[in-house]
Write a protein of this length. Structure first.
Length: 199
């Protein structure tokens, strides 16, 4: 019995000491993210022989030929990726020739469906019309929230050419932490669209 009484006194004393030590109030710290230093905006021309389009892309990016589409070969050799190694991001560009096998309205509908697949994670989807002096029209989509791809577009001449682009990062889609990189690369995507020319 004395052993039990001694343990109870020791436990009570420890509890008093712990409560006395907790007189400081806790102040939560704001959530922080790493600061990313973005490169200076400069562009160069993508003008590969045989490709049905040209455009300007950033000097801090690499153009890489896309050789696989979900484990299969792309439908034509004009699918490329614009890789941003320092930002761990990529713009996937898929090109389709409008014709018998690729009905124009179906291509537009497919681009719309692919963007709106993100609605379960998206807080909003803004559509901005594209019209340039180079006979390029289409839609630029801005997807808000924790969607896998926050920036997407399709560009076309409505007769022969159809180009779709989508920006993805090698990271979990967290809108707050990816916002600076998304905004930075959105400018580059718009520049690509505005300088896009068909051949």
């Amino acid at each position: 019995m004395p052993n039990l009484k001694g343990k109870a006194i020791a436990l009570f004393s420890l509890l008093i000491l712990l409560l006395a030590a907790c007189d400081n109030t806790y102040t939560p710290k704001p959530r922080g993210y790493f600061q990313v230093k973005f490169p200076e905006k400069k562009y160069r021309l993508f003008d590969m022989p045989g490709y049905p389009y040209t455009f300007e892309y950033p000097v801090y990016a690499d153009v890489v030929k896309d050789t696989s589409f979900f484990g299969e070969k792309p439908e034509n050799p004009y699918w490329i990726n614009i890789d941003f190694p320092s930002l761990h991001g990529k713009i996937y560009l898929s090109y389709k020739i409008i014709g018998k096998n690729n009905n124009f309205q179906k291509l537009v509908d497919d681009a719309f469906k692919m963007t709106y697949k993100h609605t379960y994670k998206a807080e909003y989807i803004d559509e901005n019309k594209i019209h340039t002096a180079n006979n390029v029209s289409g839609t630029f989509y801005e997807v808000g929230g924790n969607a896998a791809s926050a920036k997407q577009f399709f560009a076309t001449d409505s007769v022969k050419h159809f180009l779709r682009g989508a920006l993805y990062f090698d990271a979990s889609p967290k809108a707050d932490s990816l916002a600076p990189a998304n905004q930075f690369l959105e400018q580059d995507m718009w520049h690509l669209v505005e300088t896009l020319r068909w051949r």
